[in-house]
Design a protein around this ligand. Structure first.
Ligand code: NDP
Length: 611
């Protein structure tokens, strides 16, 4: 038989050969990237406003909430009740600041974890480093990777511990922030008719706060039921964030998007729906998720300070640094472990930047070959398996970790509709069109992500008027201008916490939120102690920081340019503005040291303090 003849002529593979041709992979990666490249980049997406505004409605509160408008004054207003806002407020309490008001459009604390309650929602960063203030609250997560519900509970636990429910304003959308020069106060207007004065404001908007819709015509025409995954409609689907979506039993459901959100909810929808169509533009890389219950014996071994130590260990390793031990030991640190072992195996390791880059690329190819082989080993249909294989460098898109996503495509009632990198063509009254074929649906779920790289005030949904009525939009029209990503000249007493960049990069977002919150709480407390009327970054200090950002961004840009389009690289167009709007390109440790040294110096260097 032909196959046997073919097999008999095959040469025995060289066990030391890498098992792939790097040049072939480089070409394939480039082709896949080019297929997806679109000149309209971020402009392709539909902003959720006007006729689409209902996609932002809060499905988790009872309708009809009302309260009297507030016209009072607070020392510190924190806008945003997610981990950024909670941590800033908690650190301010640690510093002895009592007069704090948190304002959020949601019905409770939690931010991302308040909004994202879709079935299967969980965090694939280890809970022992992702959940903040574990030692302070005395809480130990139940598993290595915990559910969104447990994280939401923890955010509320922190809020209770630091007495943040006192004076909070939920279900309140800020509509404008205006600096009153004579009073040296911010005036916060809201959709509840409030005019709250604040001496200091902290902007804790988060980064993935505003859902976006795919840039395709016809979304408004669909006559079936539709919602965004970050506003999951359990009243329609039945069930909860653990699944059991009994309302979908007789429904044809479409999920548009295959990012980290879809990866977590697809198996639950596949289990429940009469038929599920998953519309894919680019496959995610799906590695195994090795979850375990927390071992009480291990917990007994932990010494005070273990939490910061573990967070630092992960932070250093994921930034490519050396640690004698990999405490978290997961898919995020694996590629770095591989790289280190490559160097350790060599008698004379060439550690020049070029050699290191090459080794990094080889380790990356190996990792992604393993990811692609995993698809083949799980997904039975060959065409489907081929379409689910990601061809790009591992950190071009967010790596995903999930055990049920790939097997879901073996179900008879689940179809992967691969769009060959083009995206769906349009939405109609009846469903979704791909390659000229209409897929009829009862329900369409947009797992199409969140705005990234759009104007800050568009994501915030309100304008900020600084000194001389200058808007923040005008101030940042040609790119971000900050010191440490936290202060901007012309906007005194206003602080940003990780909702814009120019601060340190991190895989573990809460780590940097935690570091930034300590820094902001320190700064605000020093200003209060000095009886400051205003504290404002000087133009000179701001310019210096912007230059530092632009000058250190070059390596990142080259890597980003070679990547398949995503929100990581401004949809394939990392330009000068995205360099300026990006992260501090040193390691997170270097960024933290800059902050630490600044605090140790104690002089609030670069900030003008006026009594
Ligand atoms: P993403 O932006 O990652 O995914 C959006 C998806 O929509 C992509 O697959 C995108 O395709 C697809 N899409 C966009 N337009 C079209 C179109 N016209 N046709 C077809 N598909 C389209 O959003 P997610 O909500 O999935 O994830 C956002 C982020 O949230 C993650 O990157 C992660 O940082 C975070 N997250 C973290 C989790 C955790 O465990 N910690 C869990 C869930 C989310 P394409 O890829 O081609 O652009």
């Amino acid at each position: 038989m032909a196959t046997e003849d073919h097999d008999s002529t095959e040469t025995v593979p060289d066990r030391n050969a890498p098992g792939f041709d790097a040049e072939v992979l480089r070409t394939k990666y480039r082709e896949e990237r080019d297929k997806r490249f679109r000149a309209d980049a971020n402009d392709q997406y539909v902003e959720v406003k006007g006729e689409y505004a209902r996609y932002l409605d809060d499905p988790y509160v009872d309708p009809g909430f009302e309260r009297e408008p507030l016209t009072d004054e607070v020392e510190v207003a924190v806008i945003g009740g997610g981990f950024g806002g909670i941590l800033t407020a908690a650190r301010l309490r640690d510093e002895g600041v009592e007069d704090i008001r948190i304002i959020d459009s949601a019905g409770d604390f939690g931010g991302t974890w308040y909004w994202n309650r879709y079935p299967g929602v969980a965090c694939d960063i280890e809970s022992y480093i992702y959940l903040p203030l574990l030692e302070e609250t005395g809480y130990m997560p139940k598993q290595k990777y915990v559910t969104g519900a447990e994280i939401l509970e923890h955010s509320q636990r922190i809020a209770r511990k630091y007495d943040l429910y006192r004076d909070v304003c939920f279900q309140t959308k800020v509509t404008e922030l205006r600096w009153d020069e004579d009073a040296a106060r911010w005036v916060i207007s809201t959709n509840r008719g409030d005019r709250i004065k604040a001496h200091y404001v902290c902007m804790a908007l988060g980064v993935l706060n505003k859902p976006k819709l795919p840039g395709v015509p016809g979304i408004e025409k669909f006559k079936g039921h539709a919602f965004h995954a970050s506003r999951w409609d359990f009243a329609y689907t039945g069930g909860d964030s653990d699944g059991n979506l009994t309302g979908l039993r007789s429904k044809r459901v479409g999920i548009l998007g295959t990012g980290a959100t879809a990866v977590q909810c697809v198996s639950h929808v596949g289990e429940a729906a009469e038929h599920l169509y998953v519309f894919q533009r680019t496959p995610s890389s799906i590695d195994a998720k090795n979850n375990d219950a927390t071992d009480p014996e291990w917990v007994k071994t932990l010494k005070p300070g273990w939490h910061q130590h573990r967070m630092d260990n992960f932070q250093i390793l994921t930034a490519g640094g050396y640690q004698a031990e990999d405490l978290v030991n997961d898919g995020w640190t694996e590629i770095i472990r591989k790289l280190l072992s490559m160097f350790q195996q060599e008698d004379d390791p060439d550690v020049s930047p070029d050699a290191a880059m090459k080794k990094m690329e080889t380790a990356d190819f190996e990792k992604m070959e393993q990811i692609r082989a995993r698809v083949d080993s799980v997904v039975k249909d060959k065409t489907t398996a081929e379409a689910l294989k990601p061809f790009y460098r591992q950190f071009c898109k967010r790596p995903c970790f999930h055990n049920e996503y790939l097997p879901t495509f073996n179900r008879d009632n689940v179809t992967l509709v691969d769009t060959q990198g083009k995206g769906v063509e349009r939405v109609t009254e009846k469903g979704v069109v791909v390659d000229g074929r209409e897929y009829e649906l009862d329900c369409l779920i947009y797992a199409s992500g969140f705005e990234v790289g759009t104007d800050y005030t568009q994501r915030a949904d309100y304008q900020i008027y600084g000194r001389g009525d200058q808007t923040l939009t005008e101030k940042w029209a040609d790119g971000l201008r900050t010191l440490h990503g936290m202060h901007t000249h012309g906007f005194p007493n206003c602080f940003f916490i990780m909702s814009i960049y120019q601060s340190g990069f991190t895989v573990n977002f809460t780590h940097m939120l935690n570091e930034s919150s300590k820094h902001l709480a320190y700064t605000i407390k020093r200003a209060i102690d000095k009886d400051a009327r205003t504290v404002e970054v000087s133009e000179e200090a701001e310019n210096e920081w912007v230059d530092t950002i632009i000058n250190t961004a070059s390596f990142g840009t080259e890597f980003q340019q070679s990547c398949t389009p995503s929100y990581y690289n401004n949809e394939g167009q990392p330009g000068e503005a995205s360099q300026q709007n990006g992260f501090f390109f040193g390691t997170p440790g270097e960024f933290e040291k800059i902050l630490h040294d600044w605090r140790t110096d104690g002089e609030l260097k670069g900030l003008d303090v006026n009594q």
